[in-house]
Design a protein around this ligand. Structure first.
Ligand code: PEP
Ligand code: MG
Length: 324
């Protein structure tokens, strides 16, 4: 089996009829890095920076962050590492920064927190940029963006941090700045956001939760959580079309990208990059290499007119069985 995996790791992520997709990984711990490289990841589509924050009992200093980020960037260089700015709130709480709310998923989360605390945001992006010195493989991504204003405000801060670092003598390129599309409002403004962002990436975990009004962690409503719900698929399709109309690359880094059936539908929709847990990467690559893009286009056409998640799930399962 190890030999099979090795073999697959060096094979391109492309369909039998030659359509290529970038397969990247989601990371948080250094342990994810080794596995990812062994499996032939083309880079990191989502580095969850809150993970090192969650493992501490106080905010890591700018220098501590620089060291952590440097390790990630070095391990993957020259491949791209997409670092997401701190995404706390919701279900992710820091013991040293308590947020007490009755409705945390609709509360102070992600970019809202760090725009209210520019000192946290600035220390983080300074640490990321310093860590990228001489490597040039950093991309910065913003979580929970609901509209243009947050992207513009964050860009101002990133530019300011970059200018200050240059004044301090660091010769670092300005990293590409992208956003996550994981809130319904961002789906409806995907075109405008994509025109202003250097890249966009769908967070299908939160997007599914918000579109279907289903808490992603509540087992009582787990049966309502359908990443292949017709409404979710329509949103996913709309985002990739809006992104491409703006000339912007579109990726996805939610769990759906790591499920072979989901990954094939996303590829058929035109997603340029799929980012997933390293564990799922070989399965997704193997599925991709087993199909023709033309056939997945046909599958997509069929499921896009179906009216229930169950019907779509059944079709995708049947197709996967046929693929083997
Ligand atoms: C998502 O919401 O799909 C996502 C990738 O981010 P997270 O799971 O960290 O919220
Ligand atoms: Mg999310």
């Amino acid at each position: 089996l190890a030999r099979n995996l090795d073999h697959l790791a060096s094979q391109p992520a492309e369909t039998a009829d030659g359509h290529r997709v970038r397969l990247m990984v989601n990371t948080g711990l250094m342990a994810d890095v080794v596995r990812s490289l062994e499996r032939g990841a083309e880079g990191v589509g989502l580095y969850r920076t809150e993970v090192p924050f969650l493992l501490r009992d106080r905010f890591p200093s700018e220098e501590e962050q620089r060291e952590i980020y440097r390790e990630q960037l070095l391990a993957f260089a020259p491949r791209t590492v997409t670092m997401r700015t701190l995404d706390i709130g919701g279900d992710k709480a820091l013991v040293y920064f308590p947020i007490d709310e009755t409705n945390p998923f609709l509360g102070w989360r992600g970019i809202r927190v760090t725009l209210d605390h520019p000192e946290i945001f600035l220390a983080q992006v300074r640490a990321m940029m310093k860590a990228s010195l001489g490597l040039d493989n950093l991309r910065i991504m913003l979580p929970m963006v609901t509209g243009i204003g947050e992207l513009e405000a964050a860009r101002k801060l990133v530019k300011r941090a970059h200018r200050e670092l240059q004044e301090e003598g660091y010769d670092i390129a300005m990293p590409p700045l992208g956003i996550m599309i994981e809130v319904p409002s961002a789906v409806y403004q995907a075109r405008e956001l994509a025109e202003r962002a250097d890249f966009i990436s769908v967070g299908s975990n939160d997007l599914t939760q918000y579109l279907l009004a289903v808490d992603r962690n509540n087992s009582r409503v787990a049966s309502f959580y359908h990443p292949l719900h017709p409404a979710v698929l329509r949103a996913l399709h709309q985002v990739v079309e809006a992104g491409h109309a703006a000339g912007t690359k579109v990726g996805i880094c939610g769990e759906l990208a790591g499920e072979p059936g989901g990954a094939l539908l996303l590829m058929a929709m035109g997603y340029d990059m799929l980012s997933m847990n390293a564990t799922n990467l070989p399965r997704v690559k193997s599925a991709l290499r087993a199909v023709n893009k033309a056939d997945t286009d046909e599958l997509l056409k069929q499921v896009m007119v179906m009216e229930s998640p169950e019907e779509i799930e059944k079709s995708v399962q049947a197709y996967m069985k046929q693929v083997g």
